[in-house]
Design a protein around this ligand. Structure first.
Ligand code: SAM
Length: 317
């Protein structure tokens, strides 16, 4: 089913296994990617695409809700009663019938609103389930959410003084999703590092950072003893034993893919975070090739623009 033929709004007659939340401005990318993966799109709202299959993780979804359950309710009080019987705490995602959904949410224990993360953070330990309204009498809910935030948006307490750009936010987001980050004394490589906000973030964690770019790092970073900067071509760096590889190089996705394969095949490193950048429309087939690499996820992060982030890590099954 193509994206344009989708039923608008939720469909009470079909049971989605997953809801894919749409990042603002990226509806086409998500719908096209789902189509390229052969996923059955059941319906679309302004913010969500419901899909039949489970266990798919489209890169362009802001968030995926897995194992979605539905309950029918005949009033606001009935909704509150049924949800309270399922869980003591809830979170609410406003989409269709938002006024009615908000009224149901008002009678539930929503806990504290989430605040910006202070990196590094492991996020909430066991976050409560989340619900949204499909029809006025239909609730979808799940406790299986594949991002740190139930709506997929991750915000951080920012450092507005030292890092030379805000690019470190996408690195923090990737590491928060992984639930792992370089520790003091780890050796890491940062390819395409100028002006240096990823290098700054890694150095702040106490890692020894080999930082490489054709252009220099910002002068603010000159006093960090644990940064060794080299001017040069990132792709001339041969795989060697190292704890993490990071890349934010602007290059063709295929070039990065081939380079990543060299590292993976070498067995010298198991942890990677790399931006895959697109000059125009995203190439879903190359995204899928990255996804199929061992222990990999590829996601469009809150802080990504026309790019996605590939991560490979032993924790990813
Ligand atoms: C988006 S910027 C990196 C921003 C950086 N991560 C930060 O946080 O400040 C991309 C960088 O890739 C570098 N670059 C592009 N091709 C390169 C190559 N073959 N070798 C080294 N650097 C390259 C560019 O010079 C540019 O500084």
């Amino acid at each position: 089913m193509g994206a344009l033929e989708l039923r608008k709004g939720y469909d009470p007659g079909v049971k989605p296994s997953q809801l894919c939340l749409i990042a603002e401005g990226y509806q086409n990318e998500l719908a096209e990617e789902l189509a390229s993966l052969g996923v059955t799109q059941l319906f679309a709202t302004k913010q969500t695409i419901g899909v039949l299959e489970d266990q798919v993780e489209p890169a362009w979804a802001q968030c995926v809700w897995r194992n979605v359950q539905s309950i029918e309710v005949d009033s606001i009080a009935d909704g509150q009663r049924k949800l309270s019987a399922i869980s003591k705490y809830w979170r609410y995602y406003g989409d269709q019938f938002n006024r009615r959904g908000s009224l149901i949410a008002e009678g539930l224990n929503l806990g504290k609103p989430s605040r910006p993360y202070r990196f590094p953070s492991r996020g909430e330990k066991s976050p409560p389930p989340v619900f949204t309204l499909g029809e006025s009498g239909l609730i979808y809910y799940t406790d299986q959410i594949h991002r740190p935030a139930f709506d997929g948006k991750v915000s951080f307490v920012e450092n507005k003084s030292t890092p030379p750009s805000r690019a470190y936010l996408k690195l923090w987001e990737a590491l928060t999703i992984l639930g792992d980050w370089p520790r003091a004394g780890d050796s890491v490589i940062d390819l395409g590092s100028s002006p240096g906000s990823w290098t700054w973030a890694l150095a702040e964690l106490g890692a020894n950072v080999a930082s490489i770019d054709r252009s220099p790092l910002a002068v603010e970073l000159k006093n960090y003893q644990n940064i060794q900067f080299t001017t040069g071509d990132a792709f001339s760096v041969e795989p060697r034993p190292i704890d993490w590889v990071f890349s934010d190089v602007i290059c063709y996705p295929e070039k990065l893919y081939d380079y990543a394969r060299q590292w993976l095949d070498s067995g010298h490193c198991q942890k990677f975070v790399c931006s895959v950048k697109f000059a125009g429309k995203p190439d879903h087939s190359v995204i899928n090739r990255f996804r199929q690499l061992p222990h990999s996820r590829i996601l469009h992060l809150t802080h990504n623009k026309n790019e996605v982030t590939w991560m490979s890590h032993p924790k990813i099954s």
